[in-house]
Design a protein around this ligand. Structure first.
Ligand code: ADP
Ligand code: MG
Ligand code: ZN
Length: 611
């Protein structure tokens, strides 16, 4: 198979567009169709399933990129029942594995799993069965640390392999391999050993989330030097997206929104902290909703019970941290609300993607304010990242940290963008081009009735840089805004020892406008924020600093800072076009900055236009 090689030492081809994999005359075609019905009760295949199965059964290594709920499990479970031998499946979480084993046993497919916290005797029993001549297991699930740390398991796998009974190796949730991903697991890094030890056994890497860099990483780490990639669009046409400004009334808005749009329907609200989860669930109950909370600090039984009650619709709303995630399989989730900023676009796509698995319409709302960005960032800087397991991030090397911060910065850009299609913004992150006209007004930005014009704010940006520098790079964003707009408050006066010539230079601009310019400068790396936590009160402060390198380019005119602003509808027609352009943002732009989600006046709690 020859496709365009992308990486120097990797030769992979695009399976999704190669017609040979969809053919129906493979020796196993009939058996596949029969077993798909018999074991799994499916009457057909979903997109790419048949193709993936044909490729792996032909002995190729495959890399599968398929959205959550797309049906990845079938692509290895069905081959497992159609051929001899055992399929080894590496999966990151015991809870995920248990869920799979349960489904398999319901389908009468013999499967077992091994994990670190199992009794030794129990493990021994399973390994004995593997070693027996009449091993009945079709699938063996293991957690990654088993591969990394159990020589014993390895010897058993080798023995299986010698007897030609190691049918296939599957790495589920393969993005966990990559430090670039949102869910890195150290133990996944060791999985390269599988391809080294068993080069002839077909390997499958499956994931629902992979940016280009993550994909590259996975391919390298697993040693997939020759593999066929199957991918499909990550667009979820039935989901509607909106970013809304998060204000004090956020909880009332959420209450109204659920009552008006999703009364008694299932939903998830992702919160920043355990505390927020509990508080929000409590408030929603006071509003009369059936809400519960879920986070990593609860004991496992309690968590399982919450999840079960939600699955059975005894509870409608779960207020959760990201610990509530992987393996959630409820098809009729009608809304996913982010009460706080997700840590990456990839993470956001994954979390919001838990809505509408049944392909019926569902809403994804993200509440954003800049303060939350600071909160999440300070959490990252301290390495206190709650992974899906609830475990703390074990490594926090410099690269990992800057990757995390970069991911968060992109998320910030997404929230601040009030002009481009949300789908295009998300999908471009996955290396996928999306034509915004296909959105059909199903995101807030596409459904806005505003046209935007570009405005060059380079002059303003340079003034702000000068202001920040002349004030010794030791003040917060809001302080800088106040000085720039000429505030005469005591607080400002106190710090103005010298005559500050730029005090009031931005008088004609709205607060929101200055804020946008500064945020944009942070996003573009012209400014950075140093975050510190005051030990005394535990409050977080952020200080704006200048990144000289970037700014040099701005000064030299090599780059310019352009932002989109809503076109003024009732412009003074007598005014020549050029003059409004020339005055940059001062007189030319609307001081109210209408159209920006951050600035919109009273927010429509029903989100009528958008969701
Ligand atoms: P993924 O791992 O890609 O997130 P799963 O393998 O868990 O998705 O499958 C999601 C759901 O889709 C499961 O309930 C599964 O039974 C169902 N499913 C998978 N393939 C088919 C099919 N061909 N026809 C009908 N339902 C399917
Ligand atoms: Mg899966
Ligand atoms: Zn759109």
């Amino acid at each position: 198979v020859n496709g365009p090689p992308r990486f120097s030492d990797v030769n992979y081809s695009e399976g999704s567009t190669d017609r040979q994999w969809s053919k129906r005359d493979f020796p196993w075609t009939k058996e596949l169709e029969v077993n798909n019905r018999r074991y799994f009760g499916n009457h057909s295949f979903r997109p790419n399933q048949r193709e993936i199965i044909n490729a792996t059964m032909s002995g190729h290594d495959v890399f599968v990129l398929m959205p959550t709920g797309g049906g990845k499990s079938l692509t290895y479970q069905l081959p497992a029942v159609c051929g001899p031998g055992v399929t080894l499946v590496v999966s990151p979480l015991v809870s995920l594995i248990m869920d799979q084993i349960m489904h398999l046993s319901e389908a009468n497919i013999p499967a077992a799993y091994l994990s670190g916290n199992m009794d030794w005797s129990e493990q021994q029993e399973i390994l004995n069965e593997l070693n027996s001549q009449y091993c009945t297991y079709k699938l063996l699930y293991v957690t990654p640390e088993k591969i990394a740390r159990s020589d014993y398991l390895f010897r058993n796998l080798e023995s299986l392999h010698r007897r030609e009974l190691l049918a296939r190796i599957v790495i589920d949730e393969a993005h966990c391999v990559s430090q670039w991903g949102h869910d890195f697991r150290l133990d996944y890094q060791g999985l390269g050993v599988l391809k080294q030890k068993f080069p002839t056994v077909p390997l499958m890497a499956l994931t629902a989330t992979a940016t280009l860099s993550v994909k590259e990483d996975v391919v390298q780490v697993l040693g997939l030097t020759k593999c066929i990639i199957f991918r499909q669009t990550f667009n979820r046409p039935n989901l509607r997206y909106a970013v809304l400004p998060k204000a004090k009334k956020c909880i009332e808005e959420i209450n109204n929104f659920i009552k008006e749009r999703h009364r008694d329907e299932s939903g998830i609200i992702y919160c920043f902290s355990r505390n927020d989860c509990e508080k929000l669930a409590e408030q929603l109950r006071e509003f009369g909703h059936k809400a519960a909370y879920y986070h990593a600090n609860m004991d496992p039984d309690e968590r399982t019970s919450v999840q079960r009650r939600w699955s059975k619709d005894e509870v409608n709303i779960i207020c959760a941290t990201v610990a509530f995630g992987m393996g959630i399989n409820k098809p009729d989730v009608r809304f996913v609300i982010h009460h706080s900023l997700p840590k990456s676009i990839e993470g956001y796509h994954q979390e919001s993607g838990r809505a509408g698995r049944d392909n019926l319409p569902a809403s994804c709302i993200l509440y954003y304010n800049y303060g939350d960005y600071i909160r999440v960032k300070s959490l990252l800087t301290q390495g206190n990242v709650e992974q899906s397991t609830g475990a703390r991030l074990t490594i926090n090397s410099g690269t990992q940290l800057s990757t995390n911060i970069d991911n968060l910065r992109r998320m910030l850009g997404y929230c601040q963008n009030d002009a481009d299609c949300r789908r295009s913004l998300q999908l471009s992150h996955f290396g996928e081009k999306f034509d915004a006209s296909s959105c059909k007004k199903t995101c807030d930005n596409c459904s806005r009735m505003v046209t935007y014009v570009e405005e060059d704010v380079t002059g303003r940006a340079l003034q702000l840089v000068q202001l920040i520098s002349s004030m010794g790079q030791s003040f917060s964003l809001s302080h800088i805004i106040d000085v720039y707009r000429g505030s005469m408050s005591q607080q400002i006066k106190k710090h103005m020892h010298d005559r500050q010539e730029l005090h009031g230079a931005g008088k004609s601009l709205s607060k929101g406008m200055v804020e946008r310019v500064l945020h944009r400068m942070v996003y573009d790396n012209m400014l950075r924020e140093d975050i510190s936590k005051s030990d005394l009160y535990g409050s977080i402060s952020s200080i704006l600093k200048v990144n000289e390198n970037q700014v040099t380019e701005l000064r030299s005119g090599k780059i310019r800072l352009i932002i989109k602003v809503p076109e003024k509808r009732n412009t003074n027609s007598g005014k020549p076009e050029a003059s409004s352009k020339k005055v940059l943002i001062s007189a030319g732009s609307s001081p109210s900055d209408e159209g920006s989600p951050q600035q919109q006046g009273p927010v429509d709690p029903g989100l009528s236009c958008k969701i």
